[in-house]
Design a protein around this ligand. Structure first.
Ligand SMILES: [Fe+2]
Length: 434
């Protein structure tokens, strides 16, 4: 029965309306070491001075321990964490280890070893203050194009990777989650990868009523939701370099004004002191503004539910994925250009196996708000220089060369005299005060 159900689900996931160019070949990264050797190692930020180290072993006896320190081969510190595993029909995951380590010094290289076995790895913590550089890459997958994107990402240093959904494209084939973990490990074990979920993370079986939704995603890629007061791993927030508050929203969970997510966003925004944290960045999967033929209108219900909230809180940038292309809009509120609205960027062009979304609609009602778009694989970089100034650039994969095709300087809305808000966003029952 499993193959039939899989085919049904794959049909639901694949959008057959759009003609895409031939995608890159899948790269299946295998594990060739012992069952106790740590595989799929990746790190994610927890608070401003801790890091979660995650890895998987097929040997269930390996302890969830990370040894670490600031000198190679010398581990002054040890942390013990937790482990989990999950079942997905006949698939049983390996032992998934999650260990929080810290407090850590900012902008410092740490050397670490997982489970007391295997090689030493290292990562660099983000700086305590700006400047800081983010890489933004969505809809990654694990193809030759993804390899090209990550190769380019790695060509110049950065502090943190932000991923607005669609990671492995396993699409219920759980071993592909393992292959993806191995594929991204050389990058994700060196810098924190902060992700939110896309449609390819849901993996619920519609026939069997929401069986296993987000089982792999939540088990393998926990984000700091408890630390941000969120009830769900599907939406959370964190501060980076003191000046930036990042909110990860969930396009595939409830978002209406009575929902847990909506209420959490209101509470989270109220905690942000813009005099200390001038930048506010949001990531979500399904774009609210999009002139590409692909996925038209899919983000509209969430936009209607939450756009007011983000606008009144003076969110600076909203990154989304889902559409396999790059598109940058001007600052927008409610379908109109607005100097106090967020800048919307779609960056779902990481390299997945479905290929590119080629067609943009010239006559789209938002076409006059779209500043730049191109259907090419690539990645973006956001350099936050100080409390008021940041530089955004988009880098296209031209085969082996990374070419910057779009860039601009951004001024934070909290430093704009025309858009300035009070130091705190205040929500009341009926309205939002600035
Ligand atoms: Fe998607």
């Amino acid at each position: 029965m499993f193959p039939i159900l899989y085919l049904l689900f794959a049909t639901v996931l694949c959008n057959g309306e759009f003609t895409r160019p031939p995608p890159g070949k899948m790269i299946l990264t295998r594990h060739s070491k012992s069952s106790s050797y740590p595989q799929q190692v990746h790190i994610s930020a927890v608070g401003t001075d801790h890091m979660r180290v995650s890895w998987i072993t097929t040997d269930k006896r390996v302890p969830s321990i990370v040894e670490y320190g600031t000198y190679s081969g010398t581990y002054d510190l040890t942390a013990t964490g937790e482990h989990t595993s999950y079942r997905y029909f006949s698939y049983v995951s390996g032992k998934i280890h999650h260990v929080n380590i810290g407090p850590l010094l900012p902008d410092t290289v740490y050397y670490y070893r997982c489970g007391r076995v295997g090689d030493e790895f290292n990562f660099k913590t983000p700086p305590a203050v700006v400047p800081i550089e983010f890489v933004v890459a969505g809809d990654l997958g694990q193809t030759e194009w993804t390899a090209s994107t990550l190769y380019h990402v790695n060509q110049s240093d950065y502090d943190m990777l932000l991923l607005p959904g669609d990671l492995s494209y396993a699409d219920t084939q759980q071993p592909l989650w393992d292959a993806f973990g191995r594929f991204v490990e050389p990058y994700a074990r060196k810098r924190p990868w902060m992700v939110t979920q896309g449609n390819h993370e849901v993996e619920a079986f519609p026939v069997l009523h929401d069986l296993h939704p987000f089982a792999a995603y939540n088990s393998r890629w926990p984000m700091p939701y408890q630390e941000s007061g969120s009830p769900s791993n599907l939406y959370n927030s964190f501060n980076v370099a003191a000046a930036i508050h990042v909110i990860m929203l969930g396009s595939y969970t409830d978002f209406d004004s009575n929902s847990a997510q909506y209420n959490w966003v209101v509470a989270d925004l109220a905690k942000v002191d813009r005099s200390k944290t001038p930048w506010l960045i949001v990531l979500l999967h399904v774009p609210w503004y999009n002139t590409n033929l692909a996925h038209q209108g899919e983000g509209e219900s969430m936009r209607k539910a939450m756009e007011d909230l983000l606008y009144k809180a003076r969110v600076d940038v909203v990154f989304s994925g889902h559409v396999h292309a790059y598109e940058r809009f001007m600052r927008i509120y409610n379908n109109k250009a607005d100097p106090c609205g967020p800048m919307y960027i779609t960056i779902g062009d990481g390299g997945n196996r479905e290929g590119l979304a080629l067609e943009f609609e010239k006559d789209h009602k938002s076409a006059h708000l779209s500043v730049f778009h191109e259907a090419s694989f690539g990645h973006g970089r956001l350099k936050v220089i100080n409390g008021s100034s940041a530089h955004w650039s988009w880098h296209r994969n031209d085969d082996s060369v990374s070419t910057m095709r779009d860039e601009l300087w951004l001024e934070s809305l909290s430093s704009s005299s025309a858009c300035k808000v009070g130091s705190h966003f205040v929500a009341s029952a009926d309205h939002y005060e600035l």
